[in-house]
Structure formats: C-alpha cells, structure tokens
Write a protein that binds this ligand. Structure first.
Ligand SMILES: C[S@@+](CC[C@H](N)C(=O)[O-])C[C@H]1O[C@@H](n2cnc3c(N)ncnc32)[C@H](O)[C@@H]1O
Length: 258
C-alpha cells in the first residue's frame, strides 16, 4: 500500500518504485478485503515505515546496515547514505524478483547495496554476511521490519542469537512485534476471511510477544524506546486504527548493551 501513499498529494514517503514493486497481484489481494480493513492495514504499514524511517534518521553512525527480511524495501534508494554498506537479506526468489523490477525501473542505490540470499531460520546466514565484507567489529544498524511476527518462536530466538553474535557494542536494532492477544485476534480474523473468500491474502502470525524488553535483554540488548501506532508521536496523521494507541503492535528500538 506504499504505492497509494506515494501517489497522494500529501505523501509522507516518496517511493517512485513502489507501484512496480507492489505489482498487480498484491493490489488485487487487498481488493478482496473489505475497504475498512484494507485502509486500516495500509495505515499500519505506512505508520510503521515512517516510524522506522524516523529512527534511521536519528542513528548517528551507520557504516553497516542490515535489513533482515528486506523484501521490497527501497531505503537503499530512498535515502542518501553514501558511506553505508547496506545488506538486504531475504529468500533468493524474492531478491531475484526485486532485482528484475529495479533493473527494469533503472533504479540506482545511494549506498553500497549488497543483496544476499539467506535463510534467516538457519545458522548459515552469518557466514554469508562475512563472505560479503561484513565486519563483526563495527557497530551495525539492524532492521527487522515485518519479520518477527511471521516466524516461529524458536526461529526468532535463533535469529536474535545470531544477530547478537554479529553485533559489536553500540549496534542498534529495531523491529516490530505483535502481542499474543493481537496475534490470536488477527489469526482468527484471517481464518474467517479465508473461509469466506477461499484465500485470505494474510500470512499467519506465529510469534506474539508481550514483553519485548525481556526478549531483547535475554540476547544482550537494552530497549531504548517502544512506540505504538497511534501514539502522539507515531500517528503521522495516517493512523486509522483504534485510539488511543494500539498496544497490540509495537515498534521496539534497542542497543547492544554487552
Ligand atoms: C512481510 S515481508 C516484509 C518485507 C519488508 N521488510 C517490509 O517491511 O516491507 C517479510 C519478508 O521476510 C522474508 N522472510 C521470511 N522468512 C524468511 C527466512 N526464513 N529467510 C529469509 N527471509 C525471510 C520474506 O521473504 C519477506 O520478504
């Protein structure tokens, strides 16, 4: 739905590649949903994008950035980070499709962009980072956007462990999480949609977390901030979800503390 945001006169994100990357299939899958649901889902996505964009602007040093489950993220093209090496980790087929679309659109990254095919559920991907110039002694900025809720709990635990082994002190990490209650409610809704339409278009949530501070602390990360969509500083005039802010979704910001 970033395509819609970028097409607005008052767009808060300018992403010339959004429409091509989104493609007809995604737009069609949204069209299957009731419009209120569609608009709410779109509002969540844009608020999340803006919250992480804002956070990335506050990060002082970013010689190394890693987008975990990068998908069709276009920050390497939207931001001007000439001194940054930016790894995009995702499944090979996702990266191949993205590369083809961006090639066709003649998009050029404004950083040193390094796409790396990886299975983030495995213990192999850190070696792929090492092999492509990643330096473990350098503080790194990690972003896991739209990732943890879709992974099994043991995979999230392994992933956090691997991120931690790669993170020099001073590294920063941001991720969005859903609460256990939100996970159950959303999966029940998706199941109802699937029954009605034959296909939901929504992936199942698998990881719900009620205490992000504890989860991050277990892996040596100190949480420096948590925002919820619809918070006074996290609505951007776009949030259409429940007010006051929904605590069911959180954007968590952390720093490597050991
Ligand atoms: C919901 S998308 C989010 C994409 C992007 N970060 C964003 O916010 O637009 C989740 C991404 O994680 C990737 N992903 C999920 N499980 C993965 C795994 N085990 N290894 C690598 N990538 C994975 C998917 O391929 C997908 O691109």
């Amino acid at each position: 739905m970033r395509a819609l945001e970028t097409a607005r006169e008052d767009a808060l994100v300018h992403d010339p590649w959004a429409a091509a990357l989104a493609g007809h299939e995604l737009v069609a899958s949204f069209a299957d949903q009731p419009s209120e649901t569609r608009e709410r889902a779109a509002s969540y996505t844009i608020v999340r994008t803006l919250a992480f964009d804002d956070w990335l602007r506050t990060v002082q040093h970013r010689p190394q950035m890693v987008l975990l489950g990068a998908g069709f993220d276009t920050r390497a093209f939207r931001f001007d980070w000439p001194a940054t090496s930016l790894w995009e980790l995702d499944q090979p087929e996702v990266l191949e499709r993205k590369a083809a679309i961006l090639r066709e659109a003649k998009a050029s990254a404004r950083c040193a962009r390094i796409p790396v095919a990886a299975d983030l559920a495995s213990n192999e991907w850190p070696r792929s980072l090492d092999a492509t110039g990643f330096r473990r002694g350098v503080p790194t900025v990690w972003l896991a956007e739209g990732l943890f809720p879709y992974l099994e709990p043991d995979v999230v635990d392994r992933l956090l462990h691997n991120i931690s082994t790669l993170s020099a002190p001073g590294s920063q990490l941001a991720a969005d999480l859903v609460s256990a209650q939100m996970m159950a409610a959303r999966n029940a809704y998706a199941a109802t949609l699937a029954q009605r339409n034959g296909a939901s278009g929504n992936a199942t949530f698998r990881f719900g977390a009620d205490d992000p501070v504890e989860i991050f602390a277990l892996h040596g990360w100190r949480v420096t901030g948590i925002k919820h969509p619809g918070d006074a500083d996290c609505g951007y005039g776009r949030w259409l979800g429940p007010a006051p802010a929904s605590a069911g979704f959180s954007f968590v910001f952390a720093e490597r503390s050991i």
